[in-house]
Design a binder for this molecule. Sequence first.
Ligand code: XMP
Length: 525
Amino acid sequence: MTHPDIHADRVLVLDFGSQYTQLIARRVREIGVYCEIFPWDEDPKRIGAFAPRGVILSGGPQSTVAGESPSIPEIVFALGVPILGICYGMQQLAKQLGGRTEVGVVREFGYARLIVSAASRLFDGLADGEHEGLPALDVWMSHGDRVIDPPPGFAVVAKTQDLPIAAIADERRAWYGVQFHPEVAHTRQGLAILRRFVLEICGLKPSWTAANIAEALIERLKAELAGEEVLLGLSGGVDSTVVAALLARAIGRRLHPVFVDTGLLRRGESAQVLALMREQLGLEVRCVDARERFFAALRGVSDPEEKRRIVGRLFIEVFEEESKKIKNLRYLAQGTIYPDVIESARARTGKAEVIKTHHNVGGLPERMNLKLVEPLRELFKDEVRKLGLALGLPKEIVFRHPFPGPGLAVRVLGEVRPEYVEILQAADAIFLEVLRRHGYYDRVAQAFAVFLPVRSVGVVGDCRAYEWVIALRAVETSDFMTARWAMLPPELLAEASRRIVNEVRGVSRVVYDISDKPPATIEWE
Ligand code: XMP
């Protein structure tokens, strides 16, 4: 069977450290073209071997003026392909090609009106309005430095009120620079500008679609795993479920999904995972009931980091025991996704500012002497979701909120006891149900209940009660690095609170968490 080569046309995003770099890559992929992010100081040989058909230079926090600024490697110019420099990328492009930049008097940040002052293939026909007879665009600016002389061969094609050179173009070489950020949603025509660059100026075909990706991945897995037995740890989350769906199609029963029931999952989750695997994917899951073991190991432990370590270690132990029962096993499948790959690359080169250490099965493949297969390595989270839908997985799974590896162990504050977990599961299930009923589940990024091991006085019926407290948390975020508490409607909170106190035995008080991240984290522990 032939299928479109999803990697044939590709774009390189060269990263100068902007907080928006991943967003640029996601936009290019949304347009339908494969792209990868390389750090600006990547080995030029790798850049050459990647053979991009277009290059986008990201923004960055550095100044092009002071001292040694991160530079564009010569190989990028030698490729002879279209280039688009964004913000720092534009300034550095100008500087290296013989133009001049200076430190701006004021830092510009926020909305600006871009006036398109000369024709260019990048902006032709695009406008949000006009300014003295010229097309104008609403754009998002964030910069300190500015270009004061364009390099030879470049024309100035746009300005703003405060910035005489806001975009430059060398149409002959198809090299462009824009001072604003087309990748952020605030730039209204941003996607249209990127589409113009990728599809028209670079001349690439949009073949990076969920259906094509599914087909290509399944074929690749079939070839790569011919005759092999593969182990997969299911968590109930979207990534491992999508991996299961892909591998089910590629190798069928040679996939061995293992599900460890830690007793620390949301209510009804283990049954749901098993039913999905069996009914939709035709897979028999090895389900290990390890609830007793986890509760026993956690007894008397209240330090959050210690709880995390215990859950992580025990999970690996149980998983390893199970895997030993599978004959001729040589592969372990994992749901690693592209942001994990980028983050660990940044961490290796010391460029990461924030690194999460949330991985639960690190070190496992070496220990078990297994080869890794990571079919989602190239995908962003939104692409994994689209792929899941293309593979026919139900929406409830595909759009499910993230859930921490240590599970409810970090949502029962302090010591984890089975009776606390049971209360928490019941309260959490009610909260999620109420959110769904009010149409808020998909509007928040993550929502859950937390069990607080403090007793509070209440009146239940005619009696004085002295019972536990449940906290509800719901946040809005796209990257989980920062988050805002969700302003849920009072009726919704009232219904959740009423139902929890009425239906969950042992709870007499419900509170709502109104802390942002930072300073608070999303989880309570
Ligand atoms: P925090 O609490 O750090 O959470 O603001 C950010 C995101 O990470 C999840 N989280 C974890 N995930 N293992 C995980 O796999 C963990 O130990 C862990 N701690 C937090 C959290 O649910 C949120 O989505």
